[in-house]
Design a protein around this ligand. Structure first.
Ligand SMILES: [Zn+2]
Length: 250
C-alpha cells in the first residue's frame, strides 16, 4: 500500500482544517475524500495501489495479449473456434465454479494451447469484503478444480473486478500467485455497443497491451472477430501472459 499517500493526505487535511478553522464538516469532507481515494485505488488495478499487478508487457514487437475472464461458459467454444482459425493464443482467467459446469470446454482451452489463470472459485460480489483466509480459500479451491479437471497448475491470478485491498494482497502472497491486471479495459460487460468496445481496444493499440475481454457473450465474440481482422491488418501478433513471467525469470 502506498502509505505516503495517506501521510500526505493527512497533512493536507490538517492544513486545510486549520485554514478553515476546523469545523466538523471540514473533517467530514476530508474523510469522504480519503475514502474515495481508497475505493478508487482498490478498483483501479493499473495504479498498483495495494498489489503490484502486471498490466502490460515491455516489448518493442507489435504484439498484444488477449485475455478472457469469467469463463468457461456456453459461448467459450465459439471463441476457441475463432482463435483457432486465426492461429491466435490467448489467456483465459477461469472461475472454479464455471470449470465445474463446463469441464470439457476447460480441457479444450488447455489442449488448444491457451494459457490458464486463476479467477477464484466463485467470483463473489463481496470479493472486496472477504477476509484473508476466505480469499485464500477462494484461490486454492479454484486451483484444486483446475488440477482435478485439467491436470494443470498456474501461478497466474486475476482479481475479480480488478479489486485489490490489503486482504487480497495477503492472499495473493500466501498462495504464491502473480497478480495479472490489464491496461486496456474493453468494457464489454458494461456496454452493449459493439462499435464502442471495438474502438476502445483499437484506438489505444500499442505493443505490449494486455486487453481485458470476457468469453461470456455473443457480443464479445463478434467484437473479437473484428478485432482479429484489425490485428492481422496492422500486423500485430499475440502473446500469452505466461510469456511475461517466463521472460522475467530468465
Ligand atoms: Zn471477472
Amino acid at each position: 500500500m502506498k502509505h505516503y499517500l495517506f501521510i500526505l493526505f493527512y497533512l493536507f487535511c490538517n492544513v486545510f482544517t486549520y485554514a478553515f478553522h476546523g469545523t466538523f464538516w471540514v473533517y467530514l469532507f476530508c474523510f469522504i475524500l480519503l475514502s474515495a481515494v481508497v475505493v478508487w485505488g482498490s478498483f483501479t488495478i493499473e495504479l498498483g495501489y495495494f498489489v503490484n499487478s502486471i498490466t502490460h508487457k515491455r516489448t518493442k514487437i507489435k504484439e498484444v495479449a488477449l485475455t478472457f475472464d469469467d469463463g468457461p461458459t456456453e459461448y467459450t467454444p465459439q471463441f476457441l473456434d475463432l482463435l483457432k482459425e486465426n492461429q491466435i493464443k490467448a489467456t483465459f482467467f477461469c472461475i472454479g465454479k464455471q470449470i465445474e459446469k463446463y469441464p470439457d470446454t476447460f480441457k479444450r482451452i488447455i489442449v488448444e494451447g491457451h494459457t490458464i489463470g486463476n479467477h477464484t472459485l466463485s467470483h463473489s460480489n463481496s470479493t472486496g469484503f472477504l477476509s484473508t483466509s476466505k480469499m485464500v480459500e477462494e484461490i486454492q479451491k479454484c486451483d484444486e478444480i483446475m488440477y482435478s479437471v485439467g491436470n494443470i497448475v498456474t501461478d497466474l491470478y486475476r482479481p475479480p473486478f480488478g479489486v485489490t485491498n490489503p486482504n487480497i494482497a495477503k492472499a495473493i502472497a500466501k498462495t504464491g500467485k502473480k497478480s495479472i491486471g490489464w491496461n486496456v479495459r474493453s468494457l464489454d460487460t458494461i456496454t452493449d455497443d459493439e462499435k464502442k468496445i471495438y474502438r476502445r481496444i483499437t484506438q489505444t493499440m500499442k505493443p505490449g497491451n494486455i486487453i481485458l475481454l470476457h468469453d461470456t457473450s455473443e457480443k464479445t465474440y463478434r467484437v473479437l472477430g473484428d478485432l482479429l481482422v484489425f490485428l492481422k491488418n496492422k500486423k500485430y501478433s499475440a502473446f500469452t501472459i505466461d510469456s511475461i513471467i517466463k521472460s522475467k525469470k530468465k
